[in-house]
Write a protein that binds this ligand. Sequence first.
Ligand SMILES: NC(=O)C1=CN([C@@H]2O[C@H](COP(=O)(O)OP(=O)(O)OC[C@H]3O[C@@H](n4cnc5c(N)ncnc54)[C@H](O)[C@@H]3O)[C@@H](O)[C@H]2O)C=CC1
Ligand SMILES: O=C([O-])CC(=O)C(=O)O
Length: 307
Amino acid sequence: MKRQKITVVGSGNVGATVAHLTVLKNLGDVVLYDIVEGSPQGKSLDLQEAAPIEGFDCFVIGTNQPKDTADSDIIVITAGMARKPGMSRDDLLDTNVSIMRQVVRQITPHSPNAILIIVTNPSDVMAQVALQESGFAPEKVLGLGGVLDSTRFRSFIALELGVSFEAVTALVLGGHGDSMVPLVRYSYAGGIPIDKLLDEETLHLIVERTRKGGSEIVDLLKTGSAYYAPGSAVVSMMEAILKDKKSIMPVSAYVSGEYGLSNVYLGVPVILGSHGVEKIIELDLLPSEHADLLKSADGVKRILTRT
Ligand SMILES: NC(=O)C1=CN([C@@H]2O[C@H](COP(=O)(O)OP(=O)(O)OC[C@H]3O[C@@H](n4cnc5c(N)ncnc54)[C@H](O)[C@@H]3O)[C@@H](O)[C@H]2O)C=CC1
Ligand SMILES: O=C([O-])CC(=O)C(=O)O
């Protein structure tokens, strides 16, 4: 069987965490790429040296050469600036859009069959930039958002109920920003709808905390943004693709008519497998939920016009 090859662009907090989790789960060989000399090389050697203890059989290399990423099955792009307190994700647009264009132009021609997972913020807009620059099919380009926002939502519900984290499933749709749409109606603990277990006011507080989940970490860290939960979210998406799991998860996908929306990346539930986004699932939304989704899409489209 061919060894799977995963390129992680950007060897900073999120990139290094993704690389670490990837090898711990034995998902494939990892190439860590960055423009800064020494950082990807040092981090990858450090990771490689954990192999005998952790029992993984993956090669990890660090590089500043795009050609070393050739023939990757998945390319995760985390290159770019992270926000600091007081900034929104959209404030990163101008800096990160030029980094995204440069990275996609340099890296993707070496791996024409790869699936791209875009992490760099604002991630819905960056996914669209990556789509344009790569010329890849839309189902092969997806963004991180919903899986991270949903794991935060799930964590807050589990903490409030004092139950197993695993027992909670929950869904967050929309753009990965303050107008994301946590769906209480599609969230369960042990199969029980959460509105049967928590009162309206508590649910409202949990929804608001989820919407501001990224900022909550930024305000605590002060020097950058979250990376452990984002790393886990990315690796769960990678695993779905590499193992052709047909997982149902909310990812930022290119919608073409679904939910009455077109030509925009937005968090929607999809079936994720070896072909990338294999199907977008259209849920029956209440008028208020649909209105929230449209509002969130408008926000993404507004930023898109500035690229
Ligand atoms: N979509 C999401 O849910 C999330 C998105 N993010 C975003 O991910 C990005 C990365 O965050 P961190 O890893 O915390 O930042 P970081 O500052 O720790 O790492 C960024 C890395 O990108 C590298 N880089 C910059 N320009 C590059 C280029 N042209 N080519 C290759 N590498 C380049 C830097 O040298 C640095 O190593 C940020 O934009 C952040 O907002 C972070 C968490 C979640
Ligand atoms: O908040 C940020 O800037 C990073 C991010 O997207 C998140 O943690 O949700």
